[in-house]
Design a protein around this ligand. Structure first.
Ligand code: UDP
Length: 327
């Protein structure tokens, strides 16, 4: 069975990717330092506990498992934290990715899938963001991801590293079969925080800013279901293995929802009120991030199935109602 090295395979998106890869007939090998990931989320192949800042550990994993391709999810990914501690983001994300890309090329592996982000586009005043939109990140998280895009592209030009770069919009939801879900410590993302407040596990959700130039004053985001997102990764892997060359794809639905609209949808799904308090803007937040997603649909044949707001909140609510990892 062909193996794929999945960095961050114990994390939220990486663990769902491992499930999708296993279902598609690959053996996912999770490479994760377990700093934010969960051992229990690695269910579909072996776990290598290792750190991307340790080049020897990457080399050892590649020579032991001899994967046909690498999928790189492992990263620090919090906009707010990246504004407070940019050095950590540049060091961990960029140095780690550079080690991984160099090790991948040295091992003779030609196909590389990279998790990038809509945060590389920055704040572009209501523009629908396509893959051709210039990138002007406004936070260190987005800056570090754009730098990695450049690294991957340069290694493509110099060494023939074929790559698919996915720019994610806001990933949400959980595995519909209940095997996996979103669990961060501390949690910072809107939907899990909101559902924690609904369940009484925290007093209230704070809305970060209600004076943005949007239809109700709160930030607009394009939410995409994690299961749909990882399906696109399997398509991206096959694209590379079929020799179709390097390409960038946005992954979002093309529809934006405000924070208040997400809260409204939660009421409809859970039949419970969301305790809400209004707070100041969070530094680093763009006003609106909405994907132009035609390319992934037309070229990759991506067909999102669960990315309605109700379905994403419903699946996240299903996960929030389970004991979760470590409990
Ligand atoms: N948000 C919020 N309160 C929270 C967490 C997030 O109002 O406690 C807002 C945040 O300002 C952004 C949106 O919800 O507009 C999505 O934020 P999240 O952190 O989930 O994802 P990001 O867009 O940073 O990747």
């Amino acid at each position: 069975m062909d193996r794929v090295l999945v960095t961050g395979g114990a994390g939220y998106i990486g663990s769902h990717a491992c499930k999708a890869l296993a279902r598609a007939g690959f053996e996912p090998v999770a490479f994760d330092n377990l700093s934010t990931g969960w051992r229990e989320a690695v269910k579909f192949g072996p776990l290598v506990k290792g750190d991307l800042l340790d080049r020897a550990a990457i080399d050892a994993a590649l020579s032991q498992y001899r994967p046909v391709a690498v999928m790189h999810f492992a990263a620090l990914s919090l906009v707010g934290e990246s504004m407070k501690d940019p050095g950590k983001y540049w060091r961990v994300n960029v140095d780690g990715a550079l080690n991984l890309v160099e090790a991948t090329v040295a091992a003779g592996i030609r196909d590389f899938v990279f998790s990038s982000t809509c945060a590389t586009y920055g704040d572009q005043d209501g523009v629908v963001l396509t893959e051709e939109t210039p990138q002007y990140p406004i936070n260190a998280y987005g800056g570090s991801k754009r730098a990695i895009e450049n690294i991957v592209t340069d290694f493509g030009a110099a060494f023939g590293l074929n790559h698919v770069i996915f720019r994610y919009f806001n990933v949400a939801g959980a595995d519909p079969e209940g095997d996996l879900g979103e669990q961060h410590v501390p949690e910072t993302h809107l939907i899990p925080l909101m559902l924690d407040a609904v369940a009484g596990r925290r007093p209230a959700l704070t809305v970060f800013g209600s004076d943005y130039p949007t239809r109700d004053g709160t930030c607009l985001r394009d939410y995409v279901h994690v299961s749909d997102l990882v399906d696109a990764h399997v398509l991206g892997l096959k694209w590379l293995l079929d020799g179709r060359g390097s390409r960038v794809f946005n992954l979002g639905t093309g529809t934006g929802f405000t924070v208040r609209e997400v809260i409204e949808a939660s009421r409809a799904v859970t039949n419970r009120e969301v305790p809400v308090v209004e707070g100041p803007r969070r530094p680093g937040d763009a006003v609106a991030l909405v994907s132009g997603s035609a390319r992934a649909i037309e070229e990759l044949g991506w067909a999102p199935k669960r990315s309605t707001l109700r379905q994403m909140i419903g699946d996240a609510w299903g996960w929030a109602s389970r004991p979760g990892y470590g409990g």
